[in-house]
Design a protein around this ligand. Structure first.
Ligand code: BTN
Length: 237
């Protein structure tokens, strides 16, 4: 494993954005604490020192960069497989890339691309709630942790190893043409739900029909069927 660990850093994603040129493909950067952890939709990602597994993975090879659209949801699926090893049930994937346990969010994924004319690299940043026994403050979605779900303190280094190996294994399959779609749709949390969402700056009630083969989301809004990509819709409004 090509890995770098920091006790404290602003953000493992930011670190890779600033240093990708000198680092190898599949470098795994982790930290006990992030002082400026970033989430999707320009939100902050806050965590207490040592309670979470915070890491980012650098992807530089073209065979994977080409599969850009599928990598964040396949990462979510890989983590779901690891959580099964810890005995977790009632797992689901909330499009585009959250993993839920009994309807509560256990991790977040932020995939970023560095583009200069073409995509130079992808950075897949993942924050897993591991040993938190409570969450204070306001959250859009009720959070949970591996500790809260298993009632066991988890060895973060062991988890890190399992996560790295599972993602590496699945990404190697992706390079050989596997897409994981049939597996992923079994865990589609939003399918058949009705939710309020912001689309094109407007608040709308949408019916979610499910994840499409290209990992866009099929929704029904104002009696029209639409396919949307992540970034074009925000739930929790
Ligand atoms: C989300 O909003 O759900 C995505 C959160 C992603 C957080 C992780 S923690 C490791 C990596 N570094 C960051 O600054 N963000 C990601």
């Amino acid at each position: 494993m090509n890995s770098i660990h920091f006790e404290s850093i602003d953000s493992t994603n930011t670190y890779l954005k600033e240093n990708y040129q000198t680092l190898d493909n599949f470098t795994f950067v982790s930290a006990d604490l992030q002082t400026k952890g970033r989430g999707r939709n320009n939100r902050d990602w806050k965590s207490e020192k040592g309670d979470s597994l915070l890491f980012s993975l650098l992807i530089k090879e073209e065979a994977l960069i080409d599969k850009y659209a599928s990598l964040s949801i396949i990462s979510a699926y890989s983590l779901l497989e690891v959580f099964k090893e810890y005995g977790l049930n009632d797992l689901s994937i909330k499009w585009p890339n959250d993993v839920y346990v009994s309807g509560k969010k256990i991790l977040g994924i932020l995939l970023e691309a560095v583009t200069i004319e073409k995509i130079e690299c992808l950075i897949i940043g993942i924050g897993i709630n591991v040993n938190q026994d409570k969450f204070i403050g306001e959250y859009n979605t009720t959070p949970t942790s591996l500790y809260l779900e298993t009632h066991k303190t988890i060895d973060i280094d062991e988890l890190k190893d399992k996560v790295y190996r599972q993602i590496e294994h699945n990404f190697n399959l992706v390079k050989q043409g596997r897409d994981f779609y049939d597996e992923i749709i079994k865990y589609d949390f939003l399918k058949d739900k009705e939710e309020y969402a912001i689309i094109n700056n407007e608040k709308k009630k949408v019916k979610i029909l499910g994840i499409n083969k290209d990992y866009s989301l099929k929704i029904e809004v104002d009696n029209n069927i639409m396919n949307i990509n992540s970034g074009e819709i925000t739930f929790h409004v």
